[in-house]
Design a protein around this ligand. Structure first.
Ligand code: AMP
Length: 448
């Protein structure tokens, strides 16, 4: 299968080939012909599958095929709604890149930045608008944007949009769009809520789905580091320094946690910044840019902020705290090991998080190898605390050693040369005692 066989124009093929893509990803191979045929689409795909080009390339093609005047004011003909600002900026960048040999114009419309330059840009030509819902609504209310000529609507990461509470905003936007239009909806999951949204939005849609990645990527080396909550910071510093990790994306549950951790790491001589919704857009953009170039060693992020960050071949993802929802683990570690390169996903797991770890292992159908770093062994006297709304403070609860009903079997997915499986609570399994002959993974020359 080649891009040329999908019926894309020479200008688009040239841009695609300059980007270095030789063949379409599965979602692209399936979605591009459907979109070119003018059909509605329900796409089951998450970030990392190549879905952006899957909708961008045929949209560019459709809009050029029925082109409007090359200069002067032309109506907005395609609207791409994206849940997060970073992702919106990245998608619009892709539109520009794939469309660089075409005369179409695109625009990013996101919150957190001054609205006036956007208003000015809207006075000029915009064919493809990539927007986050909140700012788009501001423009609609101020009547600074006209969506009455939109021919194609894309709802990207629809599940995240709903999670983030954008449903009312989306409905308000839908209300001002022309009734007759082509609709593309992408979502990583198909909850009842998404199905309801799709039912109201799509007409006789083609269903295109690529394998969900809840089976985690084989190229990602996963590890669990048992440690007490209070020692996580010290262990993280130790791991980063010991292995000379660069471009480390660290996930925390809360914005506050991300800030604190970044501050701590900086004090410890590791350059780190936090990226989350409370930061100004300028600060987020700067953090991301510095991280991409490698100037910034660590980025501390919450799930929502990290969603959509597309940094290819990101070598290290660290779960400073496990996510409450097992699927988020798959999303998180999907940031690494992309496009055929190896990546490492390390999880610092304290006693309170054993249940979360069990959920993750059940979902991904694999045991994650456990590596006990000497000097960071969990204190057997510490009891688990119940997990309440992302905070682990308060009350007693689960006893240590509980939570993993099945002893771990040896071998399995372990790639770390036989790292001893100790369980996270200190119960030896498979004959290896806790802390016995600890194996620390070396990052194999990746330490750039
Ligand atoms: P997406 O799922 O759209 O966020 O894309 C994920 C990553 O895959 C991005 O880094 C793209 O640049 C890359 N990508 C998209 N299409 C292809 C392709 N056909 N071949 C190789 N890489 C691709």
């Amino acid at each position: 299968m080649s891009f040329a066989s999908l019926g894309l124009s020479a200008e688009i093929l040239r841009a695609v080939s300059e980007r270095g893509y030789t063949e379409p990803t599965p979602i692209q191979a399936q979605a591009i012909p459907v979109v070119l045929a003018g059909r509605d689409l329900m796409g089951g795909a998450q970030t990392g599958t190549g879905k952006t080009a899957g909708f961008t390339l045929p949209i560019l093609q459709l809009l050029t095929a029925s082109t409007k005047p090359a200069t002067g004011k032309a109506p907005i003909r395609a609207l791409v709604l994206i849940p997060t600002r970073e992702l919106a900026a990245q998608v619009e960048e892709s539109v520009r890149e794939y469309g660089k040999y075409l005369s179409l114009k695109s625009m990013t419309m996101i919150g957190g930045v001054n609205i006036n330059p956007q208003i000015k840009q809207l006075h000029g030509r915009v064919d493809i608008l990539v927007a986050t819902p909140g700012r788009l609504l501001d423009h609609l209310q101020q009547k600074t944007v006209d969506l009455s000529h939109v021919e194609i609507l894309v709802l990207d990461e629809a599940d995240r949009m709903l999670d983030m509470g954008f449903i009312r905003d989306i409905k308000k936007v839908l209300a001002v769009l022309p009734k007759k239009r082509q609709n593309l909806l992408f979502s990583a999951t198909f909850s009842d809520e998404i199905k309801l949204l799709a039912d109201g939005l799509l007409t006789n849609p083609a269903l295109v789905e690529v394998a969900r990645r809840n089976q985690t990527n084989e190229l990602i080396e996963q590890r669990v580091y048992p440690v007490d909550r209070e020692r996580k910071r010290a262990l993280l510093t130790h791991l980063i320094k010991e292995h000379n990790w660069f471009q480390v994306l660290v996930f925390t549950r809360t914005k506050h946690g991300a800030n604190n951790l970044a501050e701590f790491l900086n004090k410890d001589g590791i350059s780190a910044m936090a990226i989350h919704g409370n930061k100004s857009q300028a600060a987020r953009t700067r953090a991301l840019a510095e991280f991409k170039t490698g100037k910034l060693q660590v980025l501390c992020a919450t799930d929502i902020a990290a969603r959509g960050i597309d940094i290819s071949e990101l070598p290290h993802v660290v779960n400073y705290e496990l996510p409450n929802v097992a699927e988020d683990y798959v999303h998180r570690i999907g940031r690494t090991g992309r496009a055929g390169s190896n990546g490492e996903a390390s999880s610092l797991v304290c006693i309170d998080e054993k249940k979360l770890l069990n959920d993750i292992e059940r979902l991904t159908k694999r045991d994650i190898p456990v590596v006990q770093v000497p000097g960071f062994e969990p204190d057997p006297r510490i009891k688990a605390e119940p997990i309440l709304n992302g905070s682990n403070r308060g009350g007693g609860g689960q006893r240590q050693g509980q939570g993993r009903s099945q002893p771990r079997s040896g071998g399995g997915q372990a790639r770390s040369g036989g790292a001893p499986r100790t369980g996270t609570g200190g119960k030896p399994a498979g004959g290896a005692g806790r802390g016995a002959a600890p194996v620390l993974h070396r990052s194999g020359g990746r330490g750039k």
